[in-house]
Design a binder for this molecule. Sequence first.
Ligand code: TRP
Length: 360
Amino acid sequence: MLSERERKLIKEFGLETLENISFPVPHKFVSRGIFIAVRGIDEFKRMLRGEPFYILTGIMPSYKLIHLGTYAIVESVKYFQRFSRITIIAIADIESLSTRNIPLDKAREYALNYHIPTYLALGMDPEKTLFYFQSENPDILKIAGDVSRKTTFSELKAIYGDITPGRVVSSLIQIGDILFPQFSLDMMGLVPIGLDQDPHMRLCRDYIRRTDFYNFKQVASIYVRLIPGLDGSEKMSKSDPQNSIFLPEDDYKALRRKIWRAFSGGRPTIEEHRKYGADVEIDVPYRLLTYILDDEDKWLELGEKYKKGEILSGEMKNITYQILTEFMNKFKSHLDYYRDLVLNGKINLIKSAEDLKSFV
Ligand code: TRP
């Protein structure tokens, strides 16, 4: 179910919800409402019907630790990878320089040691996934230059509210990210992101409509509901370690304590809980399971029993801890392998649209 805030943003941004979309392949994120909205519903429907498209999304390598929230995006990309021709991941090192003060060499180190290996260890297809650093790709600069020519300051202000030079740079570059694959691929693009990234998509789609610089095909974005902070706050954030679960988390005792402290939708006393049951919409442990537990029947059964008060809040925390450690063990068993692969230069690291051609 959509939260108040999500409903409000979807309306305010003019996005489409996914209630009337039939997805050709089932997935836990489809049945559990994790895909919350789309911009560019017509293009999106055509993609689901089999028209060719690429996927592009980006990560800011602004810190070495990555939290579970990233998993929601990676899992979404994995889902759409079955329909798409190719997936491209922008390592947003210019954005983390201009908006987060991260030197380019640090960003590179974080990306190669942590971000890229994490994406692959979470199951992204290494054959169908290409990575690039913004700082190494001149094609995105060409587009950013043209976007600047076609955009006014007041438009940027209207879209972003408060604007700084750093934000202007990163937003023009982000449009470069989203569109540069089309210099080599004559197809639409799909961008899986969180709702906070929608302003860039508005600017990008408007730009496509009015530029004569290149005959870009339209792009669509799909919005993924992000994993909440352990305290029940809107989303997990690396700047709040106590409320985040990191990938990996090595100290399982500490992990257990984190889950144990997580915001619960259970009732204050056992009697009340047995009588009224839990509120699963706000229960953080259950919401974590909504993302990571693959078994649909088990997920539904746990939800039903919890809502009826048959499962207590502490029991739900234990179950979540178990399932999370299984998830973590599996993730960790892949991580070193992919880190070696990345550090030995055996992944697809590209530098321009030209480099894309040999992969499609
Ligand atoms: N701005 C995004 C963030 O803050 C990262 C990003 C950079 C991105 N380029 C992108 C996302 C292109 C989607 C598409 O996380």
